[in-house]
Design a protein. Structure first.
Length: 363
């Protein structure tokens, strides 16, 4: 199965032929072929994914491979500075192409590096995790963490193309699939009742048609991004679950040896923001309970956090405006509501609700 989805200025190639289409894309661009080709990987994708890519894309067999450590800690200005130096030492110029082969961290780091080196070089994304396939590599946002805050510094810069090969999911452990699935859940909740019905019918990952799941998620995000690329209006709906979720992720990065994955933090964040959706937007309790039950069934997490420190992280979120904590919530399934403000007391209640839900799950 194969399909092509048109984004603003690039195409998303999804399916069995995706890796072979990398070669076709490079061959069609003589400027890229004649210049230096560089592949950015982490230690996992170098071992499990690079051989498949280079087998399918012949012109990448002589590419220089740059490697970063796997994990959220790599999303730092230190990593970017190292990659800038390595590109400089390699003599990379504005005709260089950077192929980002990896999950959300690699696509963020690679996109940010490409957008800033020499004021911009060509890059393409080849996502290898579910999270990256349905969300992180789609939409042209590239960010790094700074000052303890998630994605505090970043760029808007689109790849030349996106190549999604679902077979890479076979290399992933179940917790990585679960992390990416949180973004699938989010897309369904903010999209429409039919998509939510399809996603909420998934009981386990053994019999999932990942091609269809990925296609629907990319289509949903792509439609939103195409209407609001610079994140001023409708695109903010994609932040559902992320104001609390990003704070949880940053908190875990600071305090835990077993760090919450992005999707795990977003799953908890969605539970907290469902609570706020009831209080602020009139989400009915039947829908709220249904969503929380489904998320709880897929994310049996036990995670301790301190309300005061988490509230401080929430207040520092980049999405906030005019000293107001800014939430993207839902009025009903398929009806997102942006620019919602909650006072400290209500935010603290939502954090207590998260804790209660997790306590109930873990017992």
């Amino acid at each position: 199965m194969n399909t092509t989805i048109r984004s603003r200025n690039y195409q998303v190639h999804l399916g069995d032929d995706a890796l072979h289409l990398v070669e076709k894309y490079l061959s069609a661009n003589a400027r890229i072929i004649a210049s230096r080709k560089i592949i950015l990987v982490d230690d996992n994708t170098k071992e499990h994914c690079l051989p498949q890519l280079q087998e399918a894309a012949i012109s990448l067999r002589d590419a220089v491979v740059l490697e970063i450590p796997n994990g959220e800690a790599s999303k730092s200005i230190d990593t970017i500075a190292r990659l800038w130096k390595e590109l400089t030492d390699l003599g990379a110029d504005r005709n260089t192409v950077l192929v980002n082969l990896g999950g959300g961290v690699v696509s963020d780091i690679g996109g940010f590096t490409a957008a800033t080196y020499m004021r911009g070089i060509h890059f393409v994304n080849v996502p290898t995790t579910l999270l990256s396939m349905v969300d992180a590599s789609v939409g042209g946002k590239n960010g790094i963490n700074f000052g303890g805050y998630k994605n505090q510094v970043g760029t808007f810069d689109e790849p030349g193309a996106l190549f999604v090969w679902p077979d890479f999911l076979k290399t992933l452990p179940s917790n990585e699939l679960r992390s990416g699935f949180a973004e699938v859940i989010k897309h369904a909740i903010i999209s429409d009742q039919n998509k939510w019905n399809e996603v909420s019918a998934i009981e386990n990952f053994n019999s999932v048609n990942w091609f269809e799941v990925i296609k629907e998620s990319i289509w949903t995000k792509n439609k939103i991004v195409n209407s609001d690329y610079r994140d001023k209006h409708l695109r903010k709906s994609l932040n559902f679950g992320h104001t609390i979720g990003h704070a949880l992720e940053s908190y875990s990065q600071k305090h835990n040896s077993d760090i919450l994955k992005h999707g795990e933090a977003i799953a908890i964040g969605m539970i907290g923001e469902i609570f706020l959706s009831e209080k602020l937007c009139g989400l009915n309790k039947i829908n709220a309970d249904e969503i929380c039950r489904f998320i709880a069934g897929h994310y049996p997490l036990s995670f301790h956090f301190e309300n005061d420190e988490l509230l401080s992280l929430i207040k520092g979120d980049k999405k906030n405006e005019s000293d107001h904590v800014n939430f993207s919530l839902i009025r009903s399934i398929g009806e997102p509501v942006i620019n919602q403000h909650a006072d400290e007391a209500l935010i603290l209640q939502s954090l207590d609700f998260c804790r209660e839900q997790m306590t109930a799950i873990s017992q």
